[in-house]
Write a protein that binds this ligand. Structure first.
Ligand code: PLP
Length: 396
């Protein structure tokens, strides 16, 4: 190994470990369901993004197995050579129907999607107005495009309007885009899309909504854009197939000319192998299931509301979430870590999220209830929260 690399790695790893910032990763022994096993111990799982419980759905497992039998385990090539199977075409038709758009294009992940889509359209002569709390993949996608990135204060529509006006009137940019998460994953708040659309109209902005945490959850399952009835107003509707949909992948839904352009200009589509047949078949069926019935969606919200009410009643600070995402705000970073560690010891797997992921002094344990949790599991989790909360003086 290069001496310079070796020194760099050792020095920086040691610094992280000293500061308690090195993340040790726990392996889940078995499926990622409402109960998981970690280090031989069964835990109530409040950390997954498997909102509807579809990651372990029996019907989806059968659909994936059947597709593997018929098509094999791999797509064999990138989409543009001969990795596009009829399964991918069917999925993209279904996604367009799901999102109420003319067309859709699928990618290998939601992260990939933001790498692909932003830089296919924006370049160094353009500007992007980006919510301060946007997801890392949006930030990286913006950087890759080389456009001027102008961050606006989180969901602050006055700040967005001021910055949009400045950018427009400067005359410096060919195109200006506004880009936001649909649902913000740290607090569970929803982007103010009606105001964003209004500002976009006023200043000719391209609109881009990454609804990774919204699809399957908001808008009766159809997402945040649908929730506000803005399918015709948002240019790029981005989603992931790995959270509520339960499998893996990402997509852009929009007008046909946009999707046609992405098929010839977005690099992860052109230069990275297509998603596997088993995954694509399971995803297509999962999207159908969400469109056919709101049963899982309804159970998710019921469980989210139940957990929120329970934590609040115990005296915890749960923030202003508008979705099932339920932060339990502890404040101090060290105390938050300790709280999460004690929860795990007592039987609840809920991760601590601290600075720099969230602002200093707002450390929290984030709970992600799903449709697959039973009331009994949530009651058990609440009892453990009560015990640990009292023990550490977070509640009285
Ligand atoms: C999780 C997330 C992604 C990444 O999605 P993957 O499919 O897991 O790569 C992208 N954008 C947002 C807003 C997310 O929350």
């Amino acid at each position: 190994m290069s001496k310079i690399l070796d020194a760099f790695l050792n020095e920086n790893l040691e610094a992280l470990r000293d500061q308690g910032l090195y993340n040790e990763i726990d392996a889940v022994e078995g499926a990622n369901g409402p109960i998981i096993q970690v280090n031989g111990k069964k835990l109530i799982n409040l950390s997954s993004n498997n909102y509807l419980g579809l990651a372990t759905n029996e019907e989806l497992k059968q659909v994936a197995k059947k597709a593997i039998d018929e098509y094999g385990v791999g797509a064999g090539a990138v989409r543009t050579i001969n990795g596009t199977m009829d399964l991918h075409v069917k999925l993209e038709e279904k996604l367009a129907e799901f999102k109420g758009t003319e067309a859709a294009i699928s990618y290998q992940s939601g992260f990939n999607c933001n790498m692909a889509a932003i830089s296919a359209v924006m370049d160094k002569n353009d500007a992007i107005l980006s919510d301060q709390l946007n997801h890392a993949s949006i930030i990286d996608g913006c950087r890759l495009s080389k456009a001027k990135i102008i961050a606006y204060k989180h969901s602050d529509m006055d700040d967005l309007r001021t910055k949009a006006k400045e950018a427009k009137e400067s005359g410096l940019y060919n195109k200006i885009m506004v880009i936001t998460d649909g649902v913000f994953s740290m607090d569970g708040d929803i982007a103010k899309l009606p105001e964003i659309v209004e500002i976009a109209k006023e200043f000719d902005l391209i609109t881009y909504v990454d609804d990774a945490h919204g699809s399957g959850v908001t808008g009766k399952g159809k997402g945040t854009v649908k929730h506000f009835g803005l399918e015709k107003e948002i240019d790029f509707q981005i989603g992931t197939l790995s959270k509520a949909i339960g499998v893996v992948g990402g997509y852009v839904a929009g007008k046909k000319n946009l999707i046609d352009w992405l098929k010839v200009r977005s690099r992860p589509f052109l230069f990275s192998t297509a998603v596997t047949p088993g995954d694509v078949a399971a995803i297509t069926r999962a999207v159908e299931m969400i469109m056919e019935s709101t049963e899982l969606h309804d159970r998710l919200w019921e469980n989210g509301d139940y957990l929120k009410a329970g934590l609040k009643k115990l005296g915890f600070e749960i923030g202003a979430s508008e979705t099932p995402i339920t932060p339990c705000i502890i404040g101090d970073e060290k105390l938050t870590q300790q709280f999460s560690k004690r929860l795990v010891e007592e039987g609840v797997y809920a991760k601590a999220i601290v600075f720099p992921t969230v602002p200093k002094g707002t450390g929290r344990v984030r709970n992600m209830p799903t449709a697959a949790h039973t009331k009994e599991m949530l009651d058990d989790a609440l009892a453990i929260y009560e015990k640990v909360g009292r023990e550490l003086g977070v509640i009285n």
